[in-house]
Design a protein around this ligand. Sequence first.
Ligand SMILES: Cc1cc2nc3c(=O)[nH]c(=O)nc-3n(C[C@H](O)[C@H](O)[C@H](O)COP(=O)(O)O)c2cc1C
Length: 192
Amino acid sequence: MTANAALLDYLKTRRSVGIGFLKEPGPTADELREILTIGVRVPDHGKFAPWRLILIEGEARAAAGEAIAAIAKKRRPELDEAGLDIERRQFLPAPLTVGVVFSPKPNPKAPELEQLLSAGTVCFNLCNAAFAMGYGASWVTRWFAFDPEAQAALGARGGERFVGFVHIGTPTAVIEDRDRPDIDALVSRYGA
Ligand SMILES: Cc1cc2nc3c(=O)[nH]c(=O)nc-3n(C[C@H](O)[C@H](O)[C@H](O)COP(=O)(O)O)c2cc1C
């Protein structure tokens, strides 16, 4: 394998774009297919494909927000209109959100943890594919990824759960980098 300077540069500089900075246009149908294809090109011990993707786009974004808002009201009856509006708008800023569902396939060959990790890499690879095409993206979970009723309302089936919502759109701002971890503080040598 030869060195790939462009890829190295990308890996050293890529960063997420907050949902509030993601606007139209989103990926075209062909681009979306490519993003999704790259997204699931991930390590997957046993080739169980323990994930599904649910696209939230167009008018379905508002419908998903309404569903979330109704459940938010049940959880927090004190929520006022402004609070409910925040929930209704969860999927409105970006033109497209890809919900990544962890769909475990119980099998001794690949313990559930391995399958879960594979689902996480789908989220990150979707971001990478979107970035590589010039779009911005953000991988978030938020409360509804941890609420079984909300997960079901967004399309998760029995035994499944969302591991991320990857919001994708055209960035409206250049995002400053954030502090990155000090590699020396994280690395040690076994036996030293
Ligand atoms: C599993 C996971 C869940 C996340 N959920 C949220 C979230 O709910 N809200 C949020 O503001 N950021 C969330 N983040 C963080 C965003 O992805 C954040 O933009 C990211 O850490 C930026 O990293 P980067 O600049 O290296 O791309 C989450 C990150 C991960 C890995």
